[in-house]
Design a protein around this ligand. Structure first.
Ligand SMILES: Cc1cc2nc3c(=O)[nH]c(=O)nc-3n(C[C@H](O)[C@H](O)[C@H](O)COP(=O)(O)OP(=O)(O)OC[C@H]3O[C@@H](n4cnc5c(N)ncnc54)[C@H](O)[C@@H]3O)c2cc1C
Length: 365
């Protein structure tokens, strides 16, 4: 008789969420995380945690956009259940651009129309509206696109809250323990591998869609003289930028997207690009204090969708490929996992009764 029903390896974003939801559903759960309760080695610890299915639509797959929309509602439900305070804003986001980059804005509008069956899901803001809604950007941009449905979280508060919720639901959470599927299997009937990029070797031994890391660099700055009411994104041909206002005048500035698995410190070039673009958007950031720069590797599959891989022979489930949208899509992926696990517990196939979209995330080996 094994001690646990399920052992989860990796307590970054997805592992914590899964530990909470599974423990809440009655699974006797243990979570192994190689780093501390902060999760400082995870991509989630670095992320801006924007919930932006519209702004991301230009780069994201239709599946990711759809999961992103579903997750906007699920996050509201999750946070209400968790109870612990998490900075969560659903005040839309604002896209701005310099006059010479109007063709980029036009392309973005066309893309949004295509992704939403011709429906106009944004509002055009004039420079007066920008000034009224975001006074600190007054006079800097002639036009903006406001995306009303979008939101954001504080990534680190979310990680802490998910951990507290998992523990409260009865999950045993072990930190500083780098586990591997074989030893975890000795403890639990099922193993759930949520190691993100660290699972690369295991994943790539048997996958059609290879896992790789995509380097992302961000900065956190403290700017007591700056206030923004929502995330602001700069459309730019070379230096796209976002500025995410968190609590207490802390802003996350990001992010580079580099085809590299080098997790080393932020480069001078990237710092120059991020801070120059930031200063160009809003010179009031000139006196901001740099709190930290940070790097994360986004776990990315070739098809750029999330994947839930079932290996019934070894009673293992692997989840990966949350790419640059982990916060945006994780709740919808997690609800799919839960449905699958409950199917397994009832002796059915993992994807039994799932809709087509959920089924498209699941592979059976
Ligand atoms: C710069 C940057 C900006 C981003 N911005 C956004 C954003 O605005 N919105 C958004 O939706 N997403 C964003 N993301 C993406 C998001 O962070 C990821 O998609 C998400 O964190 C992936 O979750 P995960 O749980 O799969 O992996 P991770 O969050 O990386 O967690 C993996 C965990 O596994 C642990 N681990 C590894 N090996 C072991 C082992 N052997 N034993 C135990 N534990 C182990 C690691 O320590 C880590 O904690 C961003 C990412 C980056 C890098």
């Amino acid at each position: 008789m094994k001690k646990y029903d399920i052992a989860i390896i990796g307590g970054g974003l997805f592992g914590r969420m899964a530990a909470w939801r599974l423990a809440q559903s009655g699974w006797k759960t243990v979570l192994y995380e190689a780093s501390s309760p902060l999760g400082e080695n995870s991509a989630a610890y670095v992320a801006a945690a924007m919930l932006a299915p519209l702004a991301e639509a230009i780069d994201a797959t239709p599946l990711a956009v759809s999961l992103g929309y579903q997750s906007l509602t699920l996050w509201q439900q999750y946070l209400a259940q968790i109870g612990q305070p998490v900075f969560h804003q659903q005040n839309g986001s604002l896209m701005v651009w310099h006059t010479q980059d109007e063709p980029l804005a036009e392309r973005f509008r066309r893309h949004l129309l295509r992704a939403h069956d011709g429906e106009t899901v944004w509002q055009e803001w004039t420079q007066h509206e920008i000034a009224a809604q975001e006074p600190q950007l007054a006079g800097r941009f002639r036009k903006g696109l406001y995306l009303p449905q979008e939101g954001q979280l504080d990534n680190r508060q979310t990680l802490a809250a998910l951990l507290a919720a998992a523990q409260q639901a009865g999950a045993e959470c072990r930190f500083g323990e780098a586990a591997d599927p074989e030893t975890a299997r000795e403890q639990a009937q099922w193993v759930l591998d949520c190691r993100g990029f660290a699972a690369k070797e295991t994943w790539n031994t048997r996958s059609q869609s290879r896992l790789r890391g995509i380097r992302g660099e961000v900065a956190r700055v403290f700017a007591p003289e700056v206030s923004l009411n929502r995330p602001v994104r700069l459309l730019h041909p070379r230096y796209p930028l976002y500025i995410c206002p968190k609590e207490n005048h802390v802003f996350v500035i990001g992010a580079t997207q580099l085809e590299s698995e080098d997790g080393g410190a932020v480069s001078v070039r990237s710092s120059l690009e991020l801070f120059s673009a930031l200063y160009a958007v809003c010179p009031a950031f000139g006196e901001a204090r740099v709190l930290e720069t940070a790097v994360g590797l986004r776990p990315t599959l070739q098809h750029e969708n999330p994947e839930i891989r079932c290996l019934p022979d070894t009673q293992t489930i692997e989840i990966n490929g949350l790419f640059r949208h982990g916060f945006m899509i994780a709740p919808a992926v997690c609800e799919t996992l839960l449905q699958g696990m409950n199917n397994l517990a009832a002796g059915k196939a993992f994807s039994d009764g799932m809709n087509k979209e959920r089924q498209s995330m699941v592979t059976q080996i």
